[in-house]
Design a protein around this ligand. Structure first.
Ligand SMILES: O=C(O)CCC(=O)C(=O)O
Ligand SMILES: [Fe+2]
Length: 214
């Protein structure tokens, strides 16, 4: 596949695997990829500074009533920041997905004891808020997430349904398709950002949609 290609809202295993050092998680139930060293430590440090400058309590779509479900902080990253624009370009290069299909970048910051309990990134089609979140840009397709630091203890991302734990590491990318091969949401992508036990944890996520974000 042409390494400079861009696609409408879609990425492809063959395209991702054409990048050096990309690894596919060997499990037939998900399309999931890991690339160590996706970002260099200097860029990660600059992005952590941006998150530290401005963050708010994280929220959840379709709250289940558990006020401790997601206890982290979120940073809405402005494309006007040169580092954010540079990171957006990196996500385009690695995913091949036209940037119009991406949501604005979001940082997450976890202190000791903070977590995001088991959830999926797609919106449940039967839920009352489905239209609110998906009417314009459609369902989430791919998740591309980068860990910005090594966490002293805890803070791994656990994919319970496939028995896979990904440890945070400065600059490491994890990416997965939130859908099954027939396009329906894939429950095997269920994941839990486990509690940080020591230190802090920072990630940035690029979520892609079926249609342009607008
Ligand atoms: O912080 C993590 O490890 C995962 C975060 C996550 O799953 C999310 O923000 O949707
Ligand atoms: Fe998630």
């Amino acid at each position: 596949m042409n390494p400079d290609a861009t696609f409408d809202g879609e990425s492809f295993p063959a395209f991702l695997m054409a990048h050096a050092d990309m690894q596919r998680v060997p499990d037939g139930r998900v399309e999931m990829f890991v690339q160590r060293g996706f970002l260099d430590p200097e860029m990660c440090a600059g992005l952590i500074d941006l998150i530290e400058r401005q963050h708010r309590p994280s929220t959840v779509a379709d709250s289940n009533g558990d006020s401790a479900f997601r206890t982290s902080s979120t940073c809405d990253l402005s494309f006007d920041e040169p580092l954010v624009a540079a990171l957006t370009a990196r996500f385009t290069q690695i995913s091949g997905i036209d940037p119009q299909y991406g949501e604005p970048l979001q940082g997450q910051r976890y202190e000791v004891g903070q977590e995001f309990k088991a959830h999926t990134d797609y919106f449940e089609p039967g839920n009352p808020d489905f239209q609110k979140y998906c009417a314009i840009a459609g369902q989430r397709t791919w998740t591309f997430m980068v860990y910005l630091n090594d966490v002293a203890a805890g803070g791994a991302t656990r994919f319970k349904a496939i028995d896979k734990i990904i440890q945070p590491e400065t600059g490491k990318l994890v990416a997965w398709n939130n859908r099954r091969p027939d396009g329906r949401p894939n429950p095997a992508t269920l994941h839990h950002a486990m509690k940080v036990r020591r230190g802090r944890k920072y990630v940035i996520t690029r979520w892609y949609r079926e249609r342009p974000w607008g």
